[in-house]
Design a protein around this ligand. Structure first.
Ligand SMILES: NC(=O)c1ccc[n+]([C@@H]2O[C@H](COP(=O)([O-])OP(=O)(O)OC[C@H]3O[C@@H](n4cnc5c(N)ncnc54)[C@H](OP(=O)(O)O)[C@@H]3O)[C@@H](O)[C@H]2O)c1
Length: 313
């Protein structure tokens, strides 16, 4: 049985680092951050959403992933209320989609350069920031969900020109890419890319080459859907028999094992698991203290890939 240590690493000023330190866009952040998309589900209980974010800060989370289209502005609004400048939290947002509350998914592509610029302005206004430290360009080249069609098929170079201009203007601190291929990342490297966000988990490891490219280029790998998401149709890490067995052996939960495996898998990997449940939030932070022994790692590494895509209504 592998040992589980409960220590959280500390920063020089004494704050806890959930999962130990990682690097993102030139800053040191906790390797365990928070994906804010699930807060959409707390739309009718704003106080609970604010309390969840405050609890995350107490637990050492200092990297929050968001988008203006999460909850049609609700999530950014809650972040603005809950997070104070003295918390020193890095709020990372994304552009490339607009809300579509009545759509099969609650968003639609917004890939054209003028839409990217408008998306950055919307995020700045909603979050009450003069600069967004890091903005991900949500491409639709790969991964589950939407694909671009018609006038939403836009060349990467045109999009990067807009986003680097916004960086030159000081409205963006750094650029990331999401939903991108290895060729896309290679093409974008001269623009300076701080992170890549693709769908990736213990069960869906199609992007291993892209992860290695990020590692070689000193780019953070910040997977979305690290547990397989809340969407029907995508395989869930917590349902995987090898994960359940490891959880039983290590007195952890399956979700914690899935997150611990990711942390063990690559040093440039930062976590942004999403939850609307305070107990799950604490469990996800505690996953940073799980040590997986070689036998557990080998069993988890051997899990075969699972296929699936978001099931549209
Ligand atoms: N770049 C992009 O295009 C993109 C796309 C999608 C998402 N994202 C970002 O990535 C983040 C993560 O993705 P996600 O939230 O969709 O999926 P996820 O983190 O893979 O999974 C979220 C699901 O897992 C459950 N969960 C979380 N912690 C758990 C725990 N300890 N035990 C049991 N269940 C747990 C959640 O339910 P409970 O709420 O009940 O805990 C929710 O159903 C998002 O929040 C968002 O910030 C980015």
């Amino acid at each position: 049985m592998a040992a589980i240590t409960r220590s959280l690493r500390h920063t020089a000023c004494g704050a806890r680092r959930a999962g130990g330190p990682g690097r993102l866009a030139g800053r040191t952040v906790s390797r365990i951050g928070f994906g804010a998309m699930q807060l959409e589900r707390l739309r009718d209980d704003r106080a609970a959403a604010v309390a969840l974010l405050r609890r995350g800060v107490e637990l050492g989370i200092d990297h929050i992933d968001t988008a203006q289209f999460y909850g049609h502005g609700f999530v950014n609004d809650v972040i603005r209320e809950a997070i104070r400048p003295e918390d020193d939290v890095m709020v990372v947002s994304k552009v490339g989609a607009d809300p579509d509350p009545d759509g099969p998914l609650p968003l639609r592509p917004a890939q054209r350069p003028e839409q990217l610029r408008a998306g950055v302005e919307d995020n700045l206004a909603a979050l009450g920031l003069e600069q967004i430290p890091l903005v991900n360009l949500r491409r639709l080249d790969t991964g589950p969900g939407l694909r671009a069609e018609g006038d939403q098929v836009v060349g990467l170079d045109d999009q990067l020109a807009t986003l680097t201009a916004l960086r030159d203007e000081g409205k963006i601190g750094a650029l990331g890419l999401s939903g991108v291929t290895s060729d896309g990342l290679r093409r974008a490297l001269p623009a300076g890319i701080a992170c890549v966000q693709n769908a990736y988990s213990l069960l869906t490891r199609d992007d291993e080459d892209l992860l290695r490219l990020c590692l070689a280029e000193d780019i953070a790998w910040v997977p979305f859907f690290p547990l397989g998401s809340a969407f029907a149709g995508l395989p869930k890490v917590t349902d995987e028999p090898a994960v359940i067995a490891a959880a039983r052996d290590l007195a952890a939960t399956p979700a914690q094992i899935g997150l611990a495996w990711l942390l063990h898998h690559a040093p440039n990997l930062l976590l942004i698991p999403g939850t609307a449940d305070p107990g799950h939030l604490e469990a996800n932070v505690d996953a940073g203290a799980i040590t997986l022994d070689e036998a557990s790692l080998a069993a988890l590494d051997a899990v075969p890939p699972r296929s699936g895509d978001i099931a549209f209504d």
